[in-house]
Design a protein around this ligand. Structure first.
Ligand code: ADP
Length: 334
């Protein structure tokens, strides 16, 4: 990014300026010290009586002055040389350091740009649908009241999609916040979520099986609730009618596990690595189901899991179903 190229150069400039200022001050000090020492040394020799008397008067002073000038020139040349080396080395080192310092900032800005681009792309689709429906409606001179109601209903659906998208985007930014972890009951939170989503499952005649062992985990109620809701909501969305979804909570290897197992459409192995990416939706979920989604749920769940120190794993086979497993930490004396 161009703005970063300028920033690298400016930062490099500052680093070099600081290093060169130190180097120059040091050089001046070395120069003064060396001159002082030399002058003192030569003065001592010049004042040695028997030594001075063996030479014509004044010649010792001139010889000493010549030697002093000579050594001063050599010292200046060396200090200039050293400073030039410091300049070259510090410029290269500073540029490298500036790149390292700015790298996380550049990555964050790039991620922000991608996020804005993805979000506006997602926003454009429902907006375009609403706009074209309204335009067609306005051009239709013989529109009946029923047609108008159908159009408004369709608009309303798109507005709901926009609302969902706004909620998702908000949840995604909020999931960056640091969480205050406390011991919470995983099975109670899961049971609450199951109760809340039961009507969605019942509407598709999906049986919700609960095998909830008591487990106390290190968590935050709202975050764990959100993760469980996203996974259960997906399981319901991507499962055909009259199937079974099993919710399990249990303790294993000193960790608390939440499992959501469905008999749904599954996810292809090639798509599995991407399902936690923002705005990613597997092809099968678009073609086989007509489920509305924005591909934000799992990325929110992943971010919340990271904030909780938990991990999410998934196993899935197309047309047979998926199992999402969240592994939480257990409090020290849990
Ligand atoms: P959304 O459900 O809004 O599309 P998500 O981030 O929750 O977004 O999920 C991303 C994608 O992962 C979904 O589009 C779907 O293709 C796939 N997916 C998630 N959960 C399941 C599941 N239980 N069964 C099958 N596919 C799933």
């Amino acid at each position: 990014m161009k703005v970063f190229d300028t920033a690298y150069l400016r930062l490099t400039g500052w680093y070099v300026l600081i290093i060169m200022a130190i180097s120059l001050i040091f050089s001046i000090w070395v120069y003064n010290q060396a001159q002082g020492e030399l002058r003192m040394g030569f003065n001592k020799i010049a004042n040695l009586e028997p030594f001075v008397q063996t030479f014509p008067s004044g010649s010792v002073q001139t010889a000493i002055q010549d030697r002093l000038d000579d050594s001063r020139h050599r010292l200046i040349a060396r200090l200039v040389g050293v400073n030039l080396i410091v300049l070259v080395v510090s410029a290269a080192g500073s540029y490298w350091l500036a790149r390292r310092t700015m790298q996380p900032v550049e990555e964050a800005v790039e991620a922000q740009h991608r996020f804005t681009a993805d979000a506006s792309h997602e926003l454009r689709t429902p907006l375009a649908a609403i706009k074209s429906e309204i335009e067609v409606g306005l051009r239709d001179r013989e529109m009946t009241k029923d047609d108008a109601i159908a159009l408004l209903q369709s608009n309303l659906e798109e507005v709901d999609r926009l609302g969902d998208l706004a909620d998702g985007l908000l949840a995604l930014t909020q999931s960056d916040a640091t969480l205050n972890l406390v011991p919470i009951s995983l099975e109670e939170t899961t049971a609450k979520v199951a109760k809340r989503l039961q009507p969605l499952a019942s509407a598709k005649h999906i049986e919700l099986k609960k095998q909830l062992d008591p487990v106390i985990i290190e968590g935050e109620d709202l975050a764990v609730d959100k993760i469980a809701s996203i996974l259960l909501d997906n399981a319901i969305k991507y499962s055909p009618a009259k199937t079974t979804i099993t919710l399990r909570t249990y303790k294993r290897n000193e960790q608390g596990i939440l499992e959501v197992q469905d008999q749904g459409i599954g996810i292809k192995a090639t798509e599995l690595p991407h399902i936690f990416d923002r705005f990613y939706r597997a092809d099968s979920s678009r073609s086989k189901t007509h489920v509305v989604g924005h591909g934000l749920g799992l990325s929110i769940a992943q971010k919340l899991a990271d904030a909780l120190g938990a991990t999410i794993a998934v196993t899935s086979s197309p047309d047979r179903g998926s199992t999402f497993m969240v592994t939480f930490q257990i409090p020290e004396k849990g």
